[in-house]
Design a protein around this ligand. Sequence first.
Ligand code: NAP
Length: 248
Amino acid sequence: MGDRPVMLITGGSRGIGAAVAHAAAADHDIVVNFASRAATADALARELSYRGATVITVQADVADETQVTEMFAAVDEVFGRLDALVNNAGIAGGYGPLATVDAEMLARLWAVNITGPFLCAREAAARMRTDDGGRGGSIVNISSKAAVLGGATEWVHYAASKGAIDTMTTGLAKELAHVGVRVNAVRPGLIDSDFHLHAPPGRMERMAPTIPMQRAGTADEVAAAVLWLVSPAAGYTTGAFIDVAGGR
Ligand code: NAP
């Protein structure tokens, strides 16, 4: 078991997840989970390891229970400890109003955005809980300000999946508080990342003037909130939500 805390970031290879990995690498070893783009994950891992972090990359679909349990088994084997889970992997599902929604799309959306975080939280908590040999830990769920705003005309389905994450955060925070596991969430607003490739071109530019701060946020601005929630400075904070949404 090494001295540095270990953080697992689902969907850690790009966007917000990669920004969290960059911010955490100063004092954590990192598990970068990704879905399919191995070269992107490997390039990030090389960059982080130049800065002193021990980094492994693990391909796993968070919606697949076997792949999730194998990923956590790999963490056990390499690091023998887990201190922080960032439940970040997420998809938009389709883009469009209610009439465009179908059961196949919804099933995949719920699987990645809800089942995935539940499975990862289950595996993480089993390793962290102090009543079963763990040393405690922290789970940060990446929700969305859409969970509160509703996503009308674009992705109510996506917003609803993040509403489930908010409820999960509240419930698990209470369930796990007495065994040393803190559970919090960050709700990003419009953040500059590949995520918006799922929407018609120009969404970021169209949306920016509607935001009180009149700009999109950066992945680094989201990562700063995640790192605070993971840190000892947030030791009495659980079941909390930090909106990083420019005032929306
Ligand atoms: P992104 O740039 O599209 O990156 C998505 C990441 O998730 C990639 O690393 C991708 O891996 C991985 N991934 C996708 N499906 C996966 C699966 N089934 N299993 C494991 N990994 C998977 O997204 P982002 O903007 O950084 O978003 C990250 C999180 O923030 C999501 O939960 C999203 O809902 C939330 N969020 C984003 C915004 C925004 O405006 N960007 C706003 C609010 C909330 P590959 O590289 O292999 O594809």
